[in-house]
Design a protein around this ligand. Structure first.
Ligand code: BG6
Length: 495
């Protein structure tokens, strides 16, 4: 019992954290381009201006809040003298050939990347696409093909064209469905021979706690968040429908941020808290994979007075065109309790308490040796659809030695534990798993903090938190370890 011979090993990135070249060749601004860098102890900010008075300012990037992202009467904007990490990121735009070659050297079977929507439709609602932006992705896919690397393409990864945020309040407006499906059809028509695997919205469930990131929603009231999620569901279903009409070999996946939840105590109240919090996440896959709105969510909307701007045919579409597979990010577990004073913990856009059994990194994210087996079994039992782990990994402030090496044993240790747990889910429990793409395979900017210092890669990129550095690529120790893992198809994880 082992991984399938065509198991898709690889790594994952996102345009706004990796590409840079934020205005090159006609690209328009995206929501990511107005976000400054933060750190563990202070949040990123969204900069804004008042177009009438000229006043400028910045607002803390909002997680878990329904406050507006920028003040009434102002619009998010690039303001001089701020540092925006997406503007250069680690410059994949000019290093793509070298980067894909490094991926090929590791033996990647797949490379997850996102298309920057505003590179193709600079304003999101343009009548015609930007041919120079498309030409960049032509070059990228040609390079992948050269090494037989199968691209896995996310259509929207935290980079809504800024104009759509300003003019329509992002995904809260139904008109975005049309703009998105137009964009999706264009790129699927152009690339269907080279790209078989597509994802619609990165971590779609982030709409509940970070709507500006997930959908360019500036006014993230509960009503607007619910509407934005609905609009993304409908857009996803229409994308699945279009994909299958364009090419029957294309598969479109959902992408969910998923962390198994543990109760801190055996108190039934803690178990209930786990169940309800789990529903808040699985609502998104119940709709996008299961094909219908679950009662627990409909009842909540009724209680909260939320009324969707929906159409009868939306629900028929959701039922008829669910996603073909379920992909998810999973970095660790989350522990919750109804009891006070257990010490807060951090993680991938989540809140919880410290789990005394787990070690954490400098950003408070815990390493959980059983997390992938638990996650995979939970999702497979519920949906019986093929799964794909499209993000997993550990951020670390790697140190470059004098002889230009990075001895990242901590990363290898984390990945050994996670891959072993993933392998058990496949070989012991029989979960149908398509692939594994380690997050941030070549160093890139952190989405949560905007830092460079929080590195995930197998390849170090010479760049710091203020934008200094040569952008030179240097393989870390984990590069050689992962190469060996891929070569033996995950049967030997030793270092
Ligand atoms: C996921 C995102 O939430 O986690 C990525 O899809 C992100 O964009 C990754 O980079 C890791 O989070 P962070 O905050 O450490 O970059």
């Amino acid at each position: 019992m082992a991984f399938k011979t065509n198991f898709l090993w690889g790594g994952a990135t996102a345009a706004n954290q990796f590409e840079g070249a934020y205005l090159t060749d006609g690209k328009g601004l995206s929501t990511a381009d107005v976000m400054t860098a933060g750190a563990y102890d202070h949040p990123r900010q969204v900069t804004w201006k008042n177009p009438i008075t000229g006043e400028t300012g910045a607002t803390d990037f909002g997680f878990f809040t329904d406050k507006r992202q920028v003040p009434v009467g102002t619009i998010p904007a690039v303001i001089a003298d701020n540092y925006y990490p997406s503007h250069t990121a680690t410059d994949f735009y000019h290093h793509y050939a070298e980067d894909i070659k490094l991926m090929a050297e590791m033996g990647f079977k797949t490379f997850r990347l996102s298309l920057n929507w505003s590179r193709i439709f600079p304003n999101g609602d343009d009548a015609t696409p930007n041919e120079a932006g498309l030409a960049f992705y032509d070059r990228v896919f040609a390079e992948c093909q050269k090494y037989h690397i199968e691209p896995l393409v996310t259509l929207s990864h935290y980079e809504t064209p800024l104009n759509l945020a300003i003019k329509y309040n992002g995904w809260a407006d139904r008109q975005l469905i049309g703009f998105f499906v137009n964009y999706a059809k264009l790129v699927m028509n152009r690339y269907h021979d080279q790209v078989k695997y597509w994802l619609t919205f990165n971590e779609i469930n982030l709409m509940d706690n970070a709507p500006f990131l997930a959908g360019g929603v500036i006014d993230g009231s509960p009503q607007n968040r619910a509407q934005a999620a609905h609009n993304q569901f409908v857009a996803s279903a229409l994308t699945v429908q279009a994909a299958h009409a364009i090419d029957t070999t294309i598969q479109v996946g959902q992408m969910l941020a998923y962390s198994p939840l543990y109760a801190y105590t055996a108190d039934p109240a803690d178990q209930l808290k786990v169940q309800l919090q789990q529903q808040a996440t699985l609502f998104y896959s119940d709709v996008q994979i299961g094909g219908h709105y679950p009662n627990y969510r409909l009842n909540q909307y009724a209680r909260d007075g939320i009324k969707l701007d929906d159409r009868h045919e939306d629900y028929a579409l959701l039922a008829k065109y669910p996603a073909d597979f379920l992909s998810f990010s999973c970095y660790g577990s989350n522990t919750v309790t109804t009891h006070e004073d257990k010490g807060n913990a951090a993680g991938n856009f989540m809140t919880g308490v410290k789990n005394p059994y787990l070690e954490t990194n400098a950003w408070g994210w815990a390493t959980d040796p059983d997390v992938l087996r638990i996650a995979l079994n939970t999702l497979f039992d519920r949906y019986h659809k093929p799964l794909w782990i499209v993000e997993n990994g550990i951020g670390w402030a790697d140190e470059l030695t004098a002889d230009q090496k990075v001895h990242d044993d901590y990363r290898i240790k984390y990945l050994q534990a996670n891959l072993s747990s993933m392998r058990d889910a496949v070989t012991i429990d029989g979960v149908d798993l398509m692939g594994y793409t380690m997050w941030g395979c070549i160093d890139l900017v952190s989405a949560g903090t905007g830092e460079m210092k929080k590195r995930y890669g197998f390849v170090y990129v010479d760049r710091d938190d203020r934008g200094n550095g040569s952008l030179k690529r240097l393989p870390k120790d984990s590069f050689y370890w992962y190469k060996k893992v891929i070569a033996n198809n995950g049967s030997d994880l030793s270092h």
